[in-house]
Design a protein around this ligand. Structure first.
Ligand code: AMP
Ligand code: MG
Length: 424
């Protein structure tokens, strides 16, 4: 075959990252998971809500004390140093009696405010006076003039009854689980987790634990991608390493599609003679092979794999270089997973930061540089930005999203993408 013609017909269209992600999201919408599950709020971490969570009650349910101190009527404290008899003692979890006029209630943090009281004076501003007889509560000298409402948490000040506290599509953080619990939700309606079949291609790949033959390397992407998928709340169907053979690749695609919503692969998406994903996908489904104008991570494959019993799974193919596959996962796979999982796609949310480095020879593609936050609050650049150097990803706190051909000088403001935000 004529190599020049071959290369021409195989040339993948060059897309901007934003265009590529918009197309991916469009493709993913039709595959959004429609099966819901009821889970215990205990086990809901990272799950995506299928329904809004509404509060059945006001939170707090009643006015309560913000401090350990004395609940009283402001009108009873005419001057600093007023002495009031203590008429009751109310600990958290107890409900006191209405407050007798002209008296104070000893009260503790979280205890319900007795009817009639309109302020709490913290104990540091009071002086307890011992009772004259056993069994009495003594009195208190109030050393401050409280304003009405002081140190009282108002009923409903956090959440009002019937308010939506968490929206459908929210991915549950620990705080969100606490919120659901605070409004009394014992169980939550969530979408089924996306199932993602993962395989690596490459005859050079060996697994840790195996001896490394000449020419081989350990399969690091299998671990990185599996971990990223788990962190993103997916169930991973791990299909291991697939040899660089057309039949084996086709077989793995079919097995993946039977078991998963998305088949994700790494390596073999270039158009070299040993890159079999393109012909395999063309036989088993449909493929778009893109050249995305980013560095690292140029080749990106997207398509579908037919299932024997009807229907299809989504397919995404990432480049093999460890940094490229990680970066393209964060930038291009995460939005797809969010859509599959029932959450809004949500693009990267950059933070404006100051560069503590120079980048005088920028690439004509949009670059994602591995950086970390230095002690002085500026960003420090990892010295080796090669797409094979996984050390850079371990060292980094995040990526600088640098526009095409833009040189960076120390002191410039740059767009910083913290790794944890990319994984949300
Ligand atoms: P490929 O995209 O298959 O052409 O691979 C590009 C580069 O990434 C080559 O140097 C591969 O050896 C390397 N590579 C491919 N797959 C993996 C993997 N699973 N783990 C680590 N390196 C890989
Ligand atoms: Mg390969």
């Amino acid at each position: 075959m004529n190599t020049a013609t071959n290369r021409k017909s195989d040339a993948a269209p060059m897309l901007s990252l934003d265009e590529a992600v918009a197309r991916l999201i469009d493709g993913a919408r039709a595959h959004a998971i429609a099966e819901r599950e009821e889970v215990s709020t205990f086990d809901a971490l990272h799950r995506v809500l299928a329904d809004d969570v509404r509060s059945a009650l006001d939170v707090p349910p009643e006015d309560n004390s913000e401090m350990d101190g004395y609940a009283l009527r402001v009108a009873d404290v005419r001057s600093e140093g007023t002495v009031l008899p203590v008429s009751q003692r109310i600990a958290a979890g107890q409900v006191g009696r209405p407050l007798q006029p002209g008296s104070a209630a000893r009260i503790f943090t979280g205890a319900q405010i007795p009817a009639g009281a309109d302020a709490v004076v913290m104990q540091e501003l009071c002086e307890a006076i011992a009772p004259e007889r056993d069994g009495e509560l003594g009195s208190v000298r109030v050393r401050a003039l409280p304003g009405a409402g002081t140190a009282i948490r108002r009923r409903g000040e956090d959440v009002l009854r019937d308010a939506v506290v968490l929206r459908a599509g929210t991915r549950l953080t620990p705080q969100a689980m606490g919120m659901a619990a605070s409004v009394g939700a014992a169980t939550l309606q969530v979408w089924r987790r996306p199932r993602v079949a993962l395989f690596s291609t490459g005859d050079e790949l060996a697994m840790p634990g195996e001896p490394l033959k000449p020419g081989a390397i350990y399969n690091s992407n299998r671990f990185t991608l599996r971990g990223l998928l788990q962190a993103a709340g997916c169930t991973v169907v791990d299909l291991g390493i697939v040899p660089d053979k057309l039949d084996a690749t086709r077989d793995a695609l079919r097995r993946g599609a039977e078991q998963a919503d998305l088949v994700l692969t790494c390596g073999g998406v270039s158009v070299g003679e040993e890159d079999h994903l393109k012909p395999a996908l063309q036989a088993e489904g449909r493929l778009d092979l893109w050249s995305v104008a980013i560095k690292p991570g140029k080749p990106l494959a997207f398509g579908t794999v037919r299932r024997g019993g009807g229907g299809e799974a989504l397919y995404m193919g990432l480049p093999g270089n460890p940094v490229s596959s990680t970066v393209t996962f964060l930038l291009a796979v995460m939005p797809v997973l969010r859509v599959l999982a029932g959450a809004p796609p949500q693009g990267p949310r950059p933070v404006a930061m100051t560069a503590g480095f120079d980048w005088p020879r920028p690439n004509s593609r949009r670059e994602f540089l591995r950086v970390r936050v230095a002690a002085d609050g500026t960003l420090e650049l990892f010295p080796n930005q090669s797409s094979g150097v996984l050390t850079s990803m371990v060292w980094a706190d995040g990526l600088v999203d640098n526009p095409p051909s833009r040189a960076i000088a120390r002191g410039d403001t740059v767009r910083f993408l913290p790794l944890p935000l990319l994984l949300q």
